[in-house]
Ligand binder design. Structure first.
Ligand SMILES: Cc1cc2nc3c(=O)[nH]c(=O)nc-3n(C[C@H](O)[C@H](O)[C@H](O)COP(=O)(O)OP(=O)(O)OC[C@H]3O[C@@H](n4cnc5c(N)ncnc54)[C@H](O)[C@@H]3O)c2cc1C
Length: 426
């Protein structure tokens, strides 16, 4: 095998997106995936306009739309009484940002990117578990090399490590561990013929927020499936027990929620669940010719649904900086391209990680704080986009283009409404 320009480690959504973006720039890309086959586990994924804009640039948006659902609204409800708190008009949102909000099965998004990589000529290799990374120098400007569990080595001008939450490459940059949120997610898909599906409006993405729990549903595959996600704080995790997040905890966590939410629980998969971890943000992602991308750099809690999107954005931004730092003879100034990537992505992703944690706290409030939150959410103007402009607007290529973060009013503020106003608000 001749030496590629780039090695991408990891064939998840982030690795495939990066491999496609870099191949589009005319580079020879080899992707190394540890699993024996490419695939994704889980159910649905939400793609906001900052992602569908990139899929459109890649020529993949029409296929993504044909595989998913473009919903009309995103509705937030209180999980205890079921009442509506606020909504986003997703058709209006599409007009504002120029691209749709899309929901799609994970395996469909992954398959779409995999096929795009195959068509573009990415060299896709399975059973390739990377155990170590190193930079090397030579007269051509050097590069990086990876070693596999079977002893093979692969070298390239640059290595992109898209190896997920438990990244091996991340250890080159920081000595940290995943942070447990003590929350766990159950997922499930319900076929359209089930009575449960008849009770929902598949044109809506709905999230029910409640004390230490929330519940999400939306349609997939043109309405053939209803996707459901149930997330809760595990008392066993808080008590330090190893065996946390079990189905008995699922049922107990949602006992105080409205009928509609509880009636969805029997449809969740009960043989697997996802413990929710993130990591503290890091601002250095590049080590010589080795760069982190996707969850290896910035695994978030999923509350603002931006993890896979950030990974896709990372790949697109890197591709754009390769284009800007490419000489006429085709050689890439990797030092400049990686520096430009690192100048813009870590700050944006830091905001996403910290906002996701705060958003989770807001969703899971109880007692008086929950009532106060509900008053604020009910008072929100449906067409106020100040809290999502920084996320859904165009993906920045330079720090100067990155929009300001909207700072929400802290819930401890003395200006919060009296609880009497909160209770009984329609
Ligand atoms: C419940 C839940 C809901 C979510 N909802 C959304 C959502 O609505 N929208 C959204 O944008 N995001 C969402 N996310 C987040 C999103 O799923 C992740 O951020 C995203 O999938 C990360 O992609 P990745 O490619 O960076 O990492 P991964 O998907 O973890 O892929 C890493 C890949 O690298 C491979 N690998 C690992 N180690 C090695 C190695 N040593 N050698 C070779 N290969 C290796 C793995 O096998 C894997 O294929 C959600 C997450 C959860 C848990």
């Amino acid at each position: 095998m001749s030496q590629p320009d780039v090695i991408v480690v990891g064939g998840g959504i982030g690795g495939l997106g990066a491999a496609y973006s870099l191949t589009r720039q005319g580079l020879a890309v080899r992707l190394l995936e540890s699993a024996p086959a490419f695939g994704e586990v889980g159910a649905g994924i939400q793609l906001a306009p900052n992602c569908t804009r990139i899929l459109d640039d890649y020529g993949l948006l029409d296929e993504a739309k044909s595989l998913g659902v473009v919903p009309d609204a995103m509705v937030m409800r209180d999980a205890v009484d079921g009442t509506e708190l606020t909504r986003l008009d997703l058709r209006h949102l599409e007009e504002r940002y120029g691209y749709p909000y899309l929901v799609i099965h994970r395996s469909d998004l992954h398959g779409l990117l995999l096929r795009a990589c195959e068509r573009a000529g990415v060299e896709l290799i399975n059973n390739a578990k990377v155990t170590s990374y190193e930079n090397y120098e030579n007269t051509d400007g050097g590069g990086a090399r990876v070693t596999l569990a079977n002893g093979e080595t692969h070298a390239a001008g640059v290595v992109i490590a898209a190896d997920g939450l438990h990244s091996v490459a991340r250890k080159l940059l920081v000595d940290d561990q995943p942070v447990s949120s003590a929350y766990v997610a159950y997922r499930g898909t319900v076929p359209a013929e089930q009575p449960r599906v008849k009770s929902v409006d598949l044109s809506e993405v709905v999230v029910y927020i409640g004390p230490r729990c929330h519940f999400v549903h939306y349609g997939l595959r043109g309405g053939e499936l209803l996707n459901q996600v149930a997330v809760f704080e595990s008392p066993k995790a808080l008590a330090g027990q190893e065996d946390w997040g079990t189905p008995d905890e699922l049922d107990a966590a949602f006992e105080g929620t409205c009928d509609f939410v509880r009636e969805g629980l029997p449809y969740m998969w009960r043989d697997k669940w996802w413990r929710m971890f993130d990591r503290d943000p890091v601002m250095t992602w590049v080590h010589g010719r080795i760069a982190l991308l996707g969850d290896s750099a910035h695994p978030p809690l999923q509350y603002i649904a931006q993890g896979a999107i950030m990974a896709i954005e990372d790949g697109w931004v890197l591709g754009e900086h390769v284009a800007r730092n490419r000489a006429e003879d085709g050689t890439v100034d990797w030092t400049a391209a990686l520096a430009a990537y690192e100048a813009v992505r870590p700050e944006h992703c830091r905001r996403v990680l910290t906002t996701s944690r705060k958003w989770g706290e807001l969703w899971h409030l109880d007692g008086l704080a929950r009532e106060q939150r509900n008053v604020l959410l009910r008072a929100r103007d449906t067409y106020d986009y100040s809290f999502v402009d920084w996320l859904y607007g165009p993906t920045a290529l330079t720090p100067e283009e990155e929009p300001e973060l909207f700072t929400p009013i802290p819930l401890s503020s003395a200006q919060l409404p009296e609880p009497a106003q909160a209770v009984g608000t329609p």
